[in-house]
Design a protein around this ligand. Sequence first.
Ligand SMILES: Cc1cc2nc3c(=O)[nH]c(=O)nc-3n(C[C@H](O)[C@H](O)[C@H](O)COP(=O)(O)OP(=O)(O)OC[C@H]3O[C@@H](n4cnc5c(N)ncnc54)[C@H](O)[C@@H]3O)c2cc1C
Length: 433
Amino acid sequence: MTDPLSPNGAPRPRIVIVGAGFGGLAVAKALAGADLPVTLIDQNNYHLFVPLLYQVATAALSPADIAEPIRHILSEAPNVGVVMGQVAGVDTDARAVRLADGSTIPYERLVIATGSTSTYFGHDDWAPHAPSLKSIEEARAIRTRVLQAFERAERATDPAERARLMTIVVVGGGPTGVEMAGSIAELAHHALARDFRHIDPTTAQVVLVEAGPRLLTAFPEALAAYARGSLERLGVRVRTGEAVEAIDATGVTLGGAVLPAATVIWGAGVRASPAAEWLGLAPDRSGRIPVAPDLSVIGRPGIYALGDTALCRDAAGEPLPGLAQVAQQQGTHLGRALRVALTGPAAGTSPLPPFVFRNRGNAAIVGRHAAIFDFGRGRRLRGFPAWLLWAAVHVVLLVDFAQRARVCLQWLWRYLTYRRGARLITAPPAPRA
Ligand SMILES: Cc1cc2nc3c(=O)[nH]c(=O)nc-3n(C[C@H](O)[C@H](O)[C@H](O)COP(=O)(O)OP(=O)(O)OC[C@H]3O[C@@H](n4cnc5c(N)ncnc54)[C@H](O)[C@@H]3O)c2cc1C
């Protein structure tokens, strides 16, 4: 049977997936081996394991430990073609994706999984002074800034300038900010402790700033309080209830006073990719595309959206959070559903089943001994057992076996020795240098 949505009457509709992150890759994997032509487009040639980016930024892991070439991941899927290209728009009338280089790729079914980007809440001028953590380039830039600041402090003669160079401010008390602050404190107070002759890295100040009344608002209060205590024991100064007023080359302004800091890291806000614009749709406040329970884009037949770029609600009407496990489960669900719907006996006619999210536990790590896990409905775990579970989950989720073994060994080595092998300055010098 031909697909009613197929404009050229092809026996099997072409599925185009934009984005090879957690969501898009899961769709492609679920369609691997199906009698369906699939094209997966991504601006990078690798899949990035975003939750471990902070470990690259703090010299615990190297970029190659958390990224895997997309072609390698899908090498056993002959029906899935990979295109490296940046999508710039969608022509919904012609049913084609437009790439930034001017070329087009036709589709009969389109899956949009382009994730999210950082937002500075209208203060884009802060971005050069406070890199965010969304890509390998940014993680390397942060690592360079932190390490360069210590190098400069080693040679600084003015005590005030030395103190500024040895102050690191992390903005945003969500999981990204908490993980970054804890990991930087460990880097400064332990891994770098004996590397310098004129400065004492254990006196470096790590400050975590959150505008709201408490850290980790997505977690129960007791777990958030435990995380705060763990951070403070690591030497992080936590400042809640203080909104950032300005960020420039000298530091951060809070409550009208400048906190001098050579390194500022932005972990405060995310916004969905501009995919809603491509489809001519009104997004929600966070830029997301509203989708129906089966992940189809309302008013755009044959187009689906998932992951961070989609606004998908649970049975109670609450928006699903921007988490890797949400994107991955949605991708697997949609890939399987499309496979059945487009290759089964009633190909092209049956509606897709609704997506139901199963919470496998929301986690944040606070240093090498501690983590928090919230499984919902009052089930929680914290401390070292939570850290072990977190490490096991993340190692299993890492794509390739060799990568898993490597990361496991590095974590074990680091755990036993406090060493960080990846503390190399390789990115271009920071602009404020
Ligand atoms: C620092 C950090 C830590 C996190 N930690 C956790 C955690 O511990 N646990 C958890 O569950 N979640 C965590 N998250 C959230 C999680 O990473 C996201 O929810 C998840 O990555 C969303 O998956 P996605 O497929 O929607 O998007 P992504 O995984 O971001 O993938 C989007 C893909 O689309 C591609 N793309 C984007 N635009 C274009 C374009 N125009 N053309 C072509 N390709 C494009 C990108 O290159 C990317 O490969 C973290 C996020 C961050 C930033």
